[in-house]
Design a binder for this molecule. Structure first.
Ligand SMILES: Nc1ncnc2c1ncn2[C@@H]1O[C@H](COP(=O)(O)OP(=O)(O)OP(=O)(O)O)[C@@H](O)[C@H]1O
Ligand SMILES: [Mg+2]
Length: 362
């Protein structure tokens, strides 16, 4: 087992001037499950491939435990990788697929068999060991790919979107299995996904990347409660946080007819006349059409989830039409076309600088 350190690790692809990964700094603890998340092209796979030794590092360093592995070939890094296209060998049984790396490494047959059986037990694959991959479901194949990594007993697991070939339901159950398996094995894991729900549910910590730059690395709770900037605020959470540019008022911010108190420090740190306030859909106080609270929202669409519902509506804020998402109770669902009045719940707002995007509130 080992820690993993990205120490200002940079990758500039040949022919490009802009780094695909720019001075990435993350320290991953021994046994930690770290998720790299961000939109397509932000540098997730490149970061993982640098750690795997599949991509040159053009600046900074990468360490596994105390070893500087920056320029070591992949085979000397003691890592195992699970890819999106896990490409099992079709002509080999599940057992042979799982034991293949050990066979290549010259491990004797009895020991391979023992390790494969152990891994199969952990992954609930024992009864499939003699089958060929084509006779397995997608989820079972995915577990075989995991098994192939587990039998090598590496110091670090690397996974690049390993669930993206599975259907939505299987993805949810398999992500729980992978997370609990990782916890049981205690092997330091770096996991890449573009899916922020997957990131929040699986990771001990989550690292958000954008354009090759690390935006924030934090626990899922902190990532949700205290996003460091406007990008993270809009990226983490579904439906996304409402981000609304509002004028600064005495003691707070002006939100339609209401002044919403926000932290004094946040406003004194603001350099603009406005700030951008973030409000999660579940953090609005909602009143009926007769209220003069906050702003009036005209309901466009209601998404009913049973326990609650998301109202997608439009409000006039600062002379412009602004789309808002508001969560309401499942039994208090408004009609399409009707009006609600909403005001952000005091203490649940996030304040960001409109010009820099940086978080101003605690
Ligand atoms: N071999 C390559 N040569 C040149 N540029 C590359 C190469 N591989 C990736 N890039 C560029 O580097 C950037 C980061 O790519 P990367 O594959 O790391 O993104 P990603 O976050 O994994 O995206 P996705 O979610 O789509 O898999 C992108 O702009 C991509 O076009
Ligand atoms: Mg990728």
């Amino acid at each position: 087992m080992a820690t993993v350190t990205f120490d200002k690790a940079t990758r500039v692809y040949p022919g490009s001037t802009k780094p695909a990964v720019d001075a990435l700094d993350i320290e991953i603890a021994d046994g930690e499950f770290l998720v790299l998340v961000g939109p397509s092209g932000c540098g997730k796979s490149t970061s993982l491939r640098m750690l795997a030794g599949l991509e040159d590092v053009n600046g900074g360093a990468i360490r596994i435990g105390d070893r500087d592995v920056t320029h070591l070939p992949p085979k000397d890094r003691d890592i195992a990788m699970v890819f999106q296209n896990y490409a099992l060998y079709p002509h080999m049984t599940v057992a042979d697929n799982m034991g293949f790396a050990l066979k290549i490494a010259g491990v004797n047959k009895a020991e391979i068999r023992q390790k494969v059986e152990e891994a199969a037990k952990i992954l609930d694959l024992t009864e499939y060991l003699d089958r060929k991959p084509k006779a397995l479901s997608g989820g079972q194949r995915q577990r075989v790919a995991m098994g192939r990594a587990i039998v090598r007993e590496p110091q670090v697991f690397l996974m690049d979107e390993p669930l993206s070939n599975l259907d939505a339901k299987l993805r949810v159950s398999t992500r729980t299995q992978i997370a609990s398996l990782q916890r049981r094995l205690g092997i330091t894991t770096v996991y890449v996904t573009h899916d922020q729900v997957e990131a929040l549910t699986m990771g001990d910590r989550v690292a958000v990347l954008k354009d090759g730059l690390l935006q924030q690395v934090d626990t899922p709770r902190n990532m949700y409660d205290k996003p460091a900037n406007l990008f993270v605020a809009g990226f983490i959470g579904s439906p996304a946080m409402n981000l609304i540019e509002v004028p600064i008022a005495d003691g707070g911010v002006k939100f339609g007819n209401s002044v919403v108190p926000v932290q004094r420090d946040a406003l004194s740190a603001a350099t603009d006349k406005t700030v951008t306030v973030g409000v999660r859909p579940e953090h609005f106080d909602v009143a009926g059409p007769d209220s003069d609270l906050g702003v009036a929202v005209t309901v466009n669409v209601v998404e009913e989830l049973g326990s609650d519902a998301f109202v997608y509506g439009t409000a006039q804020i600062g002379g412009e039409a602004k789309d808002l998402v508001v969560r309401v109770g499942g039994r208090e669902v408004p009609e399409k076309g009707s009006q609600l009045h909403v005001v952000p719940r005091s203490g649940e707002t996030h304040v960001f600088s409109t010009s820099t995007g940086a978080r101003l509130s605690d």
